[in-house]
Write a protein that binds this ligand. Structure first.
Ligand SMILES: *Cc1c(COP(=O)(O)O)cnc(C)c1O
Ligand code: SF4
Length: 431
């Protein structure tokens, strides 16, 4: 299969566009001018059910929807486009809207380490044992998720994290013996040619870093372009490279994103999964919980069951982040917990490797353990799954119950306390 991307300039050529009215195509153009838009022939031909596209989760996953923008912003951009306004006038308006959409959630710049007096702008190191690496060649994706929290990577240069020097990553790892895991992330590193993977992995292998135990690759390619691991011209080389890393005693884990069980149903994805497993690669799966895509317990239970059947390990359920089109996707924390619990209750123990629902916030990954009541006060029980300070992890703490809250910063400490237990330390850490 030959990869064919579609974006703003050519999406009208997608054969299935005849299902849409001119008005609907214009809506895609308007919202796609503000939020990154890209899809490909695999998604269009194999995943989307065009007979019911308006409610199809994969259509909503890739194609911008009118309601993803505030109505006034939508109308403004629509009138500029319809009126054939100057490109620069449109750009100005688009920039204004983008900056309102919290382009840099959870203060990611605080995770960029300073090393030998230099900011390493392609590395984030927030949790003691794990370092994120943003290879320059992997800062795009086969297709773009409309919910993406990394959208500024594609849309706003000043928020871009990237690095191409393997030597800096190696030096940083050697200097930080606590780090056991390197997570290649993006964008989607699987868009890289195998030769770039070789460049980075060989540097890691040659450096023979005793603390390095796991190389992880965060990717959505099993959903957007599974041929990356089967029929692409350098797919075999990539699998051989993974085998080589395994032989040297380093575990490879593909951190796959599967939002919906429909992404696991094609022959193409099942072949790719089996090839990866046969090469000794672990596959773990994570996804945010999103209204209009997967906000039903049955979908999650089915997703985990199908994953486990194919040999994939369920890993995280996230809460949709406070950025981009969050309002369109937001599910209340109370409902997120109910959906998680109800799905968790439907599956056997081997599926319950999944953790969540979890919010990736600046202090850490905060899990909603549940809703409870103590001395007549209704509250959320919370827990750090990861923390900027590792000692915060695994200590339950409590927030006042709020049925409408959709993100951590809307919560207040329970029992009339003035702050959460970690806050003083957190402020000191950032200072
Ligand atoms: C989620 C995340 C990780 C990975 O955490 P694990 O719980 O080990 O999967 C690492 N760094 C950052 C900044 C993260 O948000
Ligand atoms: S694949 Fe990941 S980085 Fe790419 S658009 Fe989707 S969520 Fe964002």
């Amino acid at each position: 299969m030959i990869y064919k991307p579609y974006s703003l300039h050519n999406f009208r050529q997608i054969p299935q566009m005849h299902f849409l009215t001119e008005e609907q195509k214009l809506e895609i153009e308007v919202v796609g001018t503000v939020l990154p838009f890209k899809t490909d022939n695999y998604v269009v031909d194999e995943l989307i059910d065009w007979s019911n596209f308006k409610r199809d989760p994969f259509f909503i996953l890739n194609f911008p929807q009118k309601e993803m923008l505030d109505k006034r912003d939508f109308d403004k951009v629509a009138s500029l486009i319809k009126g054939n306004a100057d490109k620069s006038r449109i750009r100005e308006e688009v920039k204004r809207i983008r900056l309102k959409l919290n382009p840099n959630p959870a203060g990611q710049e605080n995770n960029v380490p300073v090393f030998n007096g230099k900011r390493l702008n392609g590395i984030q190191h927030k949790y003691r044992e794990i370092m994120l690496f943003f290879p320059t060649q992997g800062q795009t994706c086969h297709a773009y998720c409309t919910f993406c929290f990394r959208w500024p990577q594609f849309a706003l240069n000043e928020f871009k994290f990237a690095m191409k020097e393997a030597s800096q990553m190696v030096a940083y790892l050697k200097a930080n013996p606590h780090i056991t895991d390197v997570l290649f992330t993006g964008g989607d590193p699987a868009v890289m040619k195998t030769k770039f993977f070789e460049h980075y992995f060989d540097a890691l292998l040659e450096a023979d870093i005793p603390n390095l135990r796991n190389i992880r690759i965060g990717t959505k390619s099993l959903t957007y372009w599974p041929y990356r691991f089967t029929t692409d011209s350098d797919a075999d080389d990539l699998l051989r490279l993974f085998e080589k890393v395994k032989k040297q005693g380093i575990n490879i884990a593909l951190m796959a994103h599967f939002n919906h069980p429909g992404e696991l149903k094609t022959k193409a994805v099942q072949d790719a999964v089996q090839r990866l497993l046969n090469a000794g690669v672990q596959i773990r799966s994570q996804s945010p919980l999103m209204r209009n895509i997967n906000d039903r317990a049955d979908i999650w239970a089915e997703n985990w069951k199908e994953q486990v059947r194919q040999g994939i390990i369920p890993y995280y359920m996230f809460v949709a982040r406070d950025t981009g089109a969050q309002d369109y996707f937001a599910v209340s924390l109370n409902r997120a917990w109910q959906i998680f619990r109800s799905a968790y209750n439907q599956v056997s123990g081997i599926h319950r490797t999944v953790k969540g629902p979890s919010m990736s916030c600046s202090p850490g990954k905060v899990q909603i353990v549940g809703v409870s009541e103590v001395n007549g006060e209704k509250l959320f029980v919370l827990n750090f799954l990861q923390g900027r300070d590792p000692s915060w992890v695994g200590k339950p703490f409590f927030a006042k119950f709020d049925p409408n809250a959709v993100w951590f910063d809307e919560l207040e400490p329970a029992f009339g306390e003035s702050s959460f237990f970690y806050e003083k330390q957190y402020i000191e850490l950032l200072a």
